[in-house]
Structures are given as structure tokens and as C-alpha cells.
Ligand binder design. Sequence first.
Ligand SMILES: Cc1ncc(COP(=O)(O)O)c(C=O)c1O
Length: 448
Amino acid sequence: MLPIPLDALPTPALLVDVERLERNIAAMAGAFTAAGVALRPHVKTSKCWEVARRQLEAGAIGFTCSTAAEVAWLSGHGVADLLWAHIPIGPRKVAFVVDIIAGHGGGRSDSAVTAPRDSFAVAPRDSVTATSRDSVAVAARDPGPAARSLTVSRDSVAVAARDSGPAARSSTVSRDSVAVAARDPGPAARSLTVSLDSVEAARPLSEAASAAGVTVPFVLEVNTGHARLGVDPADAVATADGIAALPGLRLRGVLTHEGHIAALPDRPALEQAGKAAGGLLVEVAGALRAAGHDVSIVSVGSTPGATSTPFVPGVTEGRPGTYVYYDANQIRMGSCRPDQCAQTVLARVASVRRAGRPIIDAGVKAMSSDAIAVAGGVGLVVDRPGVTFVEANEEHGFLHDDGAVPLSVGDLVRLVPNHACGTTNMWSHVYAVRGDQAVERWEISARY
Ligand SMILES: Cc1ncc(COP(=O)(O)O)c(C=O)c1O
């Protein structure tokens, strides 16, 4: 059925403009290559293999992940070098890390990685998710007779309550099959590195790794201003000494997420703060080396910081994520122009009953509820001067139009989300768009 013109798509629909996507990927890869800095994009922005594959082809060394599901999914694709920028806390995450590392030769076995059967990666919250390419993923714990009568056709979200018979019943993937991973799992990932910032969090991982006979590589997370995770620089050597003394763990370097710079009021201040964060991390790396630690990774990462922080001498890699799509928040921060935004939500005007207040068929469940930090609003309305997206309920959006070019029932509008990563997580697939045609439909994976 594809390609089809955009006005034939069901709404709301998530779109990615392939030309813009590829330009964003090439530009970031080019800047990093020119500076001799490795690029390890955060995968949470797209959660889409068609995007990740393009990033790898452009030279990404691997990916940054935030969830176990992302790690399992990319391991299944055989991605060589994964950094889980997350502290693996609690018995399930600890076991997951050890299983993944044991699976790709971390000291115990050379067998291929398979996501642990009962891990988060396979069936979160006991749900059963249909993720076959030809169905829109329909979660149904126990489908029962009603669910069995639902048919979800490949190219529309029209859910027909007819009796679909055996086809619909067979589209449900059972809990024990690897629903997350990938169409073609390929060879095992060759390395997984985790992030740690305390001896307390490291101890259970050390115990589990030792019991399994594997070594877990880690980076020490350092707080350079964001004050989320990370040791303060003054505590870095003592913490690294304490963790490195535990068996089964191996320090590879240091990591920071300079997320605090996003709040700065103008671009020069933001870039200055980005450089300061990079400089601080490099200093910490030097102090660790002086204390006898091996520090080969000095990892920074954010999209607003991607023009400054990675290029501080001594930084070895950067982890921007949002740059593949950009979004309204990145426009506000000066990270991109509106014409670089690759992700949009396509919606239709459903009602113009109240003057100046058109209602569209996309709300927070299409856009995510992330606010734009300064200006408010739910997203940017593309190419409709005088029209803004002021608020949203779940499946309805409230536009404001100044009346200059009034909208009519049925009009299509395209919306740039405030936050691309949050928006991705609302969807099971995205339409790849060239010009005014949807040319392919790409699966979004690991959404939890
Ligand atoms: C640890 C870490 N690294 C990298 C990134 C990527 O930053 P951005 O979304 O600004 O591209 C994030 C984003 O939250 C992050 O938490």
C-alpha cells in the first residue's frame, strides 16, 4: 500500500522526514569525525532500527541506552559497543547485565546474546505485545473473545470490530517469544559497559559478576552540574578506588550528561557551560589516571552540548541523541533551525465550532506531555502562520488561530513535538516520508 500521499494516512500519525533525518545524521557524524571524537548516539530518541542503522553506517561506534529493553534490542541486532548510561540497581537489572555480558564472552561463555527470558526486555508488566511487522502492536494481556474480533490493518489504525478470524488470533506474540528484539537478531553484541556512581550500587553487581565468573566494564558517572546521577568531582578518586577494589568490575573511564546547560538563557552561555562541563570531566579523568586508574573513555553527551562539550581536548566521545530528529525544545535552545526538525505528528482539524480555537485529533498521547521549557504550548505548528498549539487533552489538541488564514474541518496540520524522545515513546511505528509521500513504515522498538 505504500507509498501513499500524506493526506491518505490515518491521523494522528508519526512521521519522519527521511532527507532531514539523513542530513542530521551526516552533519553530526561529520563534525565528530573532523574533530577525531567518537560518536555514540543515544538511541532513545528514535528506538528505531532504520534510524540506528543509518547512524552506524555514518560511523557511530555504538549506542548509548537508557533502558534494559534498549540494551536487549540492540544486542539482538549485534551492535558492537553499547553503553548503558544507567545505574543497574535491583536484582533484575543486575542479573540482566551479568547475563548479557556472560552471553558475549565476558569471561564465561561465547554463546550468542539472547535477552534473558524473564527480563524487562521480553515482556514488561506481564503484557503481551504483538510486534510483528505487519500489525500495529496491540497489547492485550488476555485477548479473550472481544480482542480476537479486532483487526488492525497494516497501513491504518482503523480497528474494525468485525470478526477477523484466525489471522488476528495469530498476530499475537506470546510472552515467551522475544517480542522486543528484533526481526533479525544477528550476532551478539560484543561489549556492554554500565554506569556507576557509588560503591553501594556497585556491590551487588560485583557479587553477581563474581558468582557468574564474568567482569563487568563500567564508567564512573561524574556530576558536572546536572546534579542527577554522578559523583561530585572531588569524590571521584575515592569512589573509583572503592568500586575498582570490588571483584568482577573493571573501570573503563568517566561519563557525564551535561543536561543542566539546556536551562541557560542564550546560546553563548550554553556553549560556555558545555565547555566547562567537558573541562571538568577531563580534569577528573586526569585525577583518576594520576591515582593509577586506566581511563580510556571520557564521555560527554547531549544535543545542546554537541557543538561544544565533545570538542574539549581530552574528551574521547559524545552521546547526543535528540539531534537525529531535533524538536521544538532544541529550536528554543538554538541547537537547530525549524527546517532541521525531522519528526512531526500529522493531525487533522476535527472541529472549528469555536472561533479561533480549532480542535485537532492529536493530543498528549500523540505528542507526549513534555512542555516546552519557556514558551509553553504542546508543539509547533508547521507552515501555518498565526496558528499555535496551546493545550491538549489525551486525544484532542486545542489550537489557537489568529483568524488570518482560518483552518477548516478536515485540514491537515503538521506538528513539531516539544520533545522528540518522549514523542517516539508514544508510538509503535513511524511513517518514513519523502516529500509529501509516506514511503515506508518503520517499527519503533523497546518502548519501556
Ligand atoms: C546519559 C545521557 N546521555 C546522553 C543523552 C542525550 O542527550 P540529548 O537528548 O540532549 O541528545 C541523554 C539524554 O537525556 C542522557 O540522559
